[in-house]
Design a protein around this ligand. Structure first.
Ligand code: NAP
Length: 333
């Protein structure tokens, strides 16, 4: 972790029940997801190189995209680019928007049958005409690098070796590598989606945290979130978590990725660092904000992940790790 302001004490350096007081001058320290992602990337690249050298194996990831959603195109490009960087072979299959479910299923079946394919990823969301559930369930669970197949969800809950969804896995890596104590801590996850909220809650429960999951029907959300030593926001609403949601000194993980186009909003969200964000809006038309109000929460939290540069880079790198894990497990290594 790097510190923005060394005057603040993050709770996790302190004994379990220490109370950290909110201070007007306090600034949360930055939990640098991008740096940790770089560390994991180097480790994965080393394993890929060893596999190539010692076993003549090159892991292979197949990515399927249907339709022309611009955000999906960017995500897929990033994944393919990282494969190239790490020496993982990749195939990108871009299908037209009018592709039907049966066509996608046939393609998946062909990848399931191919010995050289280790990972299959179907970029979601799919066009409405394609049955997402049938597609996800058609993927061979041993090649399901997104960890969305019911078999993998079941294995995860049963605490058996599973392919685990990338974002939750990245959050766990970040906390572990940055020395955040999990066992015995109170964790609150806001959001109960199958791709983030539920699996991250399960992973942290497995690490002996006391976990609360909140959602849109939770009553008195702040009283639940303020209990948390580690607060994870996966809500999908810009700057939703405010200072009243956060226990002073808490570790706050911001999973959200939301676009901000309005300059007045950016001024409110980013406070002192708004100038850079306003420049980005003028140049690109938008800037990114998470599900946490950064200017407010930085004054209360002990540690906070930035957006961008926090959870996002970890998600892509964990996909690479899952691909290598699949390649190893499929060969009994
Ligand atoms: P999602 O499927 O839309 O789930 C959102 C969750 O938030 C739901 O469980 C919903 O509750 C809950 N929620 C909505 N409004 C709420 C409120 N007022 N109070 C409390 N809970 C509320 O979203 P997701 O796929 O989990 O993604 C969440 C965010 O993470 C999005 O911004 C997404 O872009 C981002 N994301 C980032 C990455 C990354 O790599 N950084 C990866 C995946 C997702 P109900 O269940 O009751 O509806």
């Amino acid at each position: 972790m790097s510190s923005i302001d060394e005057t603040v004490l993050g709770f996790y350096h302190l004994p379990m029940n220490t109370v950290v007081k909110e201070s007007e001058t306090a600034r949360a320290r930055v939990l640098e997801g991008a740096r940790v992602a770089g560390e994991i990337k180097r480790e994965v690249a080393e394993v890929v190189e060893r596999l190539r050298r010692d076993r003549a194996v090159t892991p292979c990831l197949v990515v399927v995209r249907v339709g022309d959603d611009p955000a999906s195109a960017v995500y897929v490009r990033n994944k393919v680019r990282m494969c190239e960087e790490l020496g993982i072979r990749s195939e990108h299959h871009a299908l037209p928007a009018d592709t039907d479910t049966e066509q996608v299923l046939r393609l998946i079946a062909s990848f399931n049958a191919r010995e050289d394919v280790d990972g299959i990823l179907v970029q979601l969301p799919l066009p409405r005409a394609v049955d997402e559930r049938r597609v996800v369930e058609a993927i061979d669970p041993s090649k399901d690098v997104d960890g969305f197949h019911p078999v993998n969800i079941g294995l995860l809950v049963l605490r058996r070796p599973a392919m685990v969804p990338c974002t939750p896995l990245g959050i766990l890596e970040l906390l572990t590598r940055e020395g955040v104590e999990i066992s015995g801590r109170r964790v609150c996850v806001v959001g109960r989606s199958q791709i983030v909220g539920r699996p991250v809650a399960e992973l942290l429960l497995q690490r002996d945290a006391t976990v609360t999951i909140c959602h849109s029907r939770t009553q008195d959300l702040p009283s639940a979130t303020r209990e948390a030593d580690i607060l994870i926001a996966a809500v999908g609403r810009a700057a939703f978590i405010r200072k009243e949601h956060v226990k002073p000194g808490a570790v706050v993980i911001d999973v959200g990725i939301n676009r901000v186009t309005d300059e007045a909003q950016a001024l409110d969200f980013f406070g002192e660092s708004a100038e850079k964000r306003l420049k980005t809006i003028r140049e690109r038309g938008y800037t990114l904000v998470g599900d946490v109000h950064p200017a407010e929460v930085a004054k209360v939290a002990g540690w906070l992940t930035p957006v961008p540069g926090g959870v996002g880079p970890l998600t892509v790198v964990m996909l690479m790790q899952n691909t290598v894990t699949a390649a190893l497990r499929r060969r009994g290594l």
